[in-house]
Design a protein around this ligand. Structure first.
Ligand code: BMA
Length: 326
């Protein structure tokens, strides 16, 4: 391996050998999608969701769009990272005093292990308006609601998996109520996970395939070159939005510095399950499982706001691609 991943070994990482497809450093799992329509009674679709290794298998927080149209967060478990069983009821979160948090809706969760606990970051709401929600769990039974690090409107909250320079770091994408011209990723800092500040601009749309807006995707992966950030970028065409996957590398000790950023997308909607669905032409990454020993990457991504899929690569292939196309 040319580059090191600073993370745990995950010998049972869901993975299949393959070759990059077309202009991508990734190759798709041949059994995609791994979650089809109507996965659970009362849930019409599961897609933009996050998975982490847990005990002897995998666990995830999933976006489930209910049959009455509202998105909520559901727990799913898997032995192999490919096939999941989901809970029928949404995750219940509580404030520190034990009162339940009444979630109006929740979508596009991210999940990260940090200091031995698991943090869920998702698109929550404050008086009906989208902003970032934060919760923590140690056992996936009790979820403590930690509040909202930033004001509405914001989406695509992503936590770094460790403190940097003594501070927690959070990526967000400020916006307005709708699909907007606010398309930039910002970086915020906190000493205690409660008060967030020193909001700084990280990056905005730079290439035509992401011209409309970008948003952080998977929790950044720490490598010997820097933090590997897989994100989504949106292009507006005459028949709607196209969501592709982009890649950048941020400085390890100062993640506000973008060291490399690919001019080309890393994955774009090509397969029928990415191009046809409730919202056509969407590849939306929310998490990646990595194995430090082999450098393997398994990226989970939502497809066409309808189904859930996996694509594979290695740290060497992805980092070299980003540097070569930077
Ligand atoms: C974004 C979010 C995502 C969704 C995408 C495409 O604004 O709502 O959940 O995948 O639009 O519809």
């Amino acid at each position: 391996m040319k580059y090191t991943i600073f993370s745990e070994n995950v010998p049972n990482i869901p993975f299949a050998e393959g070759k990059s497809e077309g202009n991508s450093p990734f190759w798709r799992y041949k059994g995609n999608p791994i979650v089809e329509r109507n996965p659970v009674e009362g849930i019409a679709r599961i897609y933009n969701s996050a998975v982490v290794p847990y005990e002897d298998g995998f666990i995830g927080v999933f976006r489930g769009d209910t049959t009455n149209g509202w998105p909520f967060l559901y727990l799913g478990r898997s032995k192999d990272g490919f096939s999941f069983t989901f809970e029928k009821e949404p995750i219940v979160m509580e404030y520190a005093d034990g009162t339940p948090y009444r979630m109006e809706y929740g979508y596009d969760p991210r999940l990260v292990r940090l200091e031995g606990k698991y943090y869920v970051v998702w698109c929550d709401s404050l008086r009906g308006q989208p902003t970032i929600g934060l919760a923590v769990t140690e056992d996936f039974k009790k979820f403590r609601y930690l509040g909202q690090p930033v004001l509405p409107y914001s989406r695509n909250g992503v936590l770094f998996p460790r403190k940097i320079g003594g501070e927690y770091k959070l990526l967000t994408r400020p916006s307005d109520q709708g699909h907007t011209p606010y398309g930039d990723i910002y970086l915020s800092s906190s000493k205690d996970m409660e008060y967030w500040g020193r909001h700084t601009f990280l990056m905005g749309p730079a290439n035509n395939w992401e011209r409309l807006k970008i948003g952080a995707g998977c929790a950044p992966i720490e490598t010997s070159v820097g933090w590997l950030l897989l994100y989504h970028g949106v292009m507006l065409t005459c028949s709607g939005y196209v969501y592709s996957v982009g890649g950048a590398i941020l400085d390890r000790e100062d993640p506000a510095k973008v060291l490399y950023r690919s001019k080309d997308f890393l994955l774009t909607p090509e397969k029928a399950y990415e191009c046809v669905g409730v919202v056509p032409n969407v590849c939306f990454p929310c998490s990646a499982v990595v194995d430090a020993a082999t450098g393997r990457i398994a990226m989970y991504y939502g497809c066409a706001d309808t189904v859930f899929s996996l694509a594979f690569s290695t740290v060497d292939a992805v980092v070299d691609f980003i540097i070569a196309h930077s």
